[in-house]
Design a protein around this ligand. Structure first.
Ligand code: SF4
Ligand code: SF4
Length: 346
């Protein structure tokens, strides 16, 4: 039996993949060398991108304001590092059973890599990490929405992605037309508590070219997103408000890089402090340290703008959620002011 694109897709889906797409590696032409998958495997002919869905239900507890752990565990950290790599690993073994090499690429991000020089002249230093969302576009399973979140027709903004490189020459999938899913409704901009997704009228755009198509999305302020996602924004975190009642830090006034924001958030989240009558837990922020120790991660914002608002926005990005028999949001959304005061918004 010969190895076909169809056989790889069928096998990966049997092993838990929800979506599988294939790019020929020439589609990565023009990628920065530190992100070009061809530096990981120069003989690769195909990049297989696998997606596993984020169940809508993992957002329920944050939407209600009653439970945060589900999203961190099932929708983020363990989905990326446990549930998804099982399908990826098994699909790689399946390909190697046909005598082709298969490189399952670890789901890291290019921004987080320590920099060092190359080991051989003329090549990038370790670790090269492809931008997985761009790989997903190249493999034809979706596009990057204005919010920078990956969108598919099947799940809207609810999936995470990983990749396998192989020297097997597999039939590539067709690319999507730009903006065939994201209709530029700007709902993500309106509901993002980090105020970090620019409105289209600001003209802050990232642009890439794959073959003859140009894909564009908003140039998201990743410092502001990280501060919010990882709990240093009272507009998204009741936990920060509880343990730092006097702190006034409007995320809109910060000018941090993504790495700078990570350094601050994780230092605070992992920190301990003497137990006193005022703060008896011994943790700098009680919830964050507890969550970090139990799941290795903590996602506080719950993607209120870039995922939740997007899947409620109707159009192609919301089509998957319109198939549910119930609406996701049935009452006004809870809100927090920059000072941490609780309110509501329709
Ligand atoms: S909410 Fe979704 S569909 Fe609307 S602009 Fe943002 S990414 Fe695009
Ligand atoms: S994770 Fe939160 S702060 Fe970041 S873009 Fe999405 S909604 Fe905004």
């Amino acid at each position: 039996m010969t190895l076909t694109a169809e056989a790889v897709k069928r096998y990966a889906k049997e092993r838990g993949a929800d979506l599988v797409g294939i790019a020929n590696v020439e589609r990565f032409e023009g990628a920065p060398e530190q992100m070009d998958p061809r530096w990981i495997y120069p003989e690769a002919r195909s990049a297989i991108v696998i997606a596993r869905r984020i169940p809508r239900g993992v957002y329920r507890g944050i939407e209600e304001g009653t439970h945060w752990s589900n999203y961190t565990f099932y929708g983020y950290n363990r989905l990326n590092t446990w549930f998804m790599p099982k399908a990826q690993y098994e699909a790689a073994c399946f390909i190697e059973d046909f005598g082709f090499e298969a490189v399952p690429v670890y789901p890291g991000v290019p921004e987080a890599q320590p920099r060092m020089g190359p080991l051989r002249e003329g090549q990038p230093g370790p670790d090269v990490f492809p931008a997985i969302r761009i790989a997903g576009v190249a493999a034809g399973i979706g596009e990057i929405g204005w919010s920078k979140v990956f969108l598919s027709r099947e799940f809207g903004p609810r999936q995470r992605l990983c990749m396998i490189l192989t020297d097997a020459e597999l039939e590539p999938d067709p690319l999507l037309e730009p903006n065939s899913i994201c209709n530029l409704c700007m709902r993500c901009v309106d509901e993002c508590p980090g105020h970090c997704i620019p409105h289209i009228r600001e003209g802050k755009v990232v642009e890439i070219q794959i073959e003859d198509r140009t894909y564009r999305w908003g140039d998201v302020d990743m410092g502001g997103c990280t501060l919010t996602h990882h709990g240093m924004n009272k507009e998204a975190s009741p936990f920060l408000a509880k343990d730092f009642p006097g702190l006034r830090m409007d995320v809109r006034e910060q000018r941090m890089s993504e790495e700078e924001a990570y350094k601050l958030c994780y230092t605070v989240a992992g920190g301990t402090w003497r137990a006193t009558a005022e703060f008896p837990s011994g943790n700098v922020v009680d919830y964050y340290r507890t969550m970090l120790r139990s799941t290795g991660y903590f996602a506080v914002c719950g993607a209120r703008g870039c995922i939740r608002a997007c899947f409620m926005s109707g159009g192609e990005a919301g089509a998957a959620d319109e198939r549910f028999h119930n609406r996701f949001r049935k009452k006004p959304m809870w809100t927090l002011s920059p000072e941490g005061e609780v309110g509501e918004k329709d």
